[in-house]
Design a protein around this ligand. Structure first.
Ligand SMILES: *Cc1c(COP(=O)(O)O)cnc(C)c1O
Length: 352
């Protein structure tokens, strides 16, 4: 009866809903509305089925090489994992090992406090400013590590490279992780700063801008020493985290830069149009540089809009949480999907 006292208990992260119906407009988990690069589809059809008998490459060589070349760093500066959630979780385990609290914004990716709890890492949140921007001064207090997304989620706000650099240089004695899950939609990456700061780890994902959420591919770039420590942890955990197709197809996705630029450019263009339409309908929002908009309506509660949109088979993300419970996070889909959304909102708001 007492075994439960010795269980590692944790309150898990709640992922956005993946509805079973096919006919929904799915704007709730920031996936890409376009398919992966054409070379990925071609390679998938020609995949060496017999190779599935064999373990995958534990060193993830092909995708690591493709990423190193693309981002102009050495393969020793790259670590790849099963989605950036895997990379982030490994990084928490490896680098946040102090008795002092790690710091992250109060409104941010809701997985950070879950990993901190799972690994028993003390943490403290730094409140965002009233305009939803990151309070860089708050990250200058004593701490055991720092993590924040840029652009931040779910606000979509991008912080300049100079702001990020100020936070990194103020924290030379801990590892600073910048989660750039949404960097490809108009922000500027701090990957170039990793050669200047040996305590900076930059994490990115294939799930949003590279249209491969279902393949589960994420990576990080940092100083050779940081990557070495991450690999030590990974090989003490599970040597074969990334499966064969993910390694092979992920490498091909990186090579097709023209396609990548095309789909991210289309999403940015759609986003800017959606901003104009939402404004017209009475919404306010921080000026997103991500593939989503975090919007509140001037008179109608977010929860009511969320519930209404579901009746129209349109899924957006809503959190019943302090400070963000009057906002909806709306993923940018195709022009057609967004026109349907705006039409549905027009009908609803017009009736009020
Ligand atoms: C989506 C997201 C991730 C994780 O994405 P993966 O699919 O695990 O690569 C990490 N951080 C932020 C801020 C995200 O929004």
């Amino acid at each position: 009866m007492n075994w439960e006292n010795n269980v590692r208990k944790v309150v898990p992260y709640v992922a956005g809903e993946q509805p079973k119906q096919k006919d929904v407009i799915k704007l709730n988990t920031n996936e890409c509305p376009y398919p992966p690069a054409p070379a990925v589809e071609k390679a998938l059809k020609e995949i060496d089925f017999d190779s599935f008998r064999l373990y995958p490459d534990p060193d993830t060589t092909s995708i690591t090489e493709a990423l190193a070349k693309y981002y102009n760093v050495s393969t020793k500066n790259v670590f790849v994992g099963v989605g950036s959630d895997d990379v982030l979780s490994m990084a928490f385990l490896t680098f946040f090992n102090s008795d002092k609290p790690i710091l992250f914004p109060d409104v941010t990716y809701s997985f950070y406090d879950v990993w901190a709890d799972l690994y028993r890492i003390p943490y403290k949140t730094v409140p965002l400013k009233d305009d939803w921007s990151i309070d860089k001064e708050g990250f200058k207090q004593e701490n055991g590590g720092v993590i924040f997304p840029n652009p931040n989620a779910p606000t979509g706000l991008f912080e300049d490279v100079s702001t990020v650099e100020e936070i990194v240089s103020a924290n030379p004695d801990v590892v600073v992780i910048v989660d750039e899950a949404y960097i490809d939609f108009g922000g500027e990456s701090v990957i170039p700063l990793t050669s200047k700061y040996d305590n900076l780890l930059v994490v990115q994902t294939f799930s949003k801008s590279r249209a491969m959420a279902g393949m589960r591919i994420g990576f990080c770039i940092g100083n050779e020493k940081l990557i070495g420590y991450l690999n030590d942890a990974k090989f003490s955990f599970n040597s074969y985290t990334m499966n064969r197709p993910a390694q092979e197809l992920g490498a091909l996705a990186v090579l097709d830069d023209a396609y990548f630029k095309d789909i991210t450019g289309r999403i940015v263009k759609t986003r800017e149009w959606v901003k104009i339409e939402l404004k017209r309908l009475g919404f306010t929002f921080p000026d997103s540089k991500a593939n989503f908009i975090f919007a509140s309506h001037k008179s109608i509660p977010a929860k009511d809009i969320y519930t209404y949109l579901r009746t129209r088979n349109i899924f957006v993300r809503y959190w019943d949480k302090a400070r963000i419970n009057n906002s909806l996070r709306i993923t940018i889909g195709t022009d057609e999907q967004m026109k349907t959304l705006i039409g549905a909102l027009e009908e609803y708001i017009g009736d009020k």
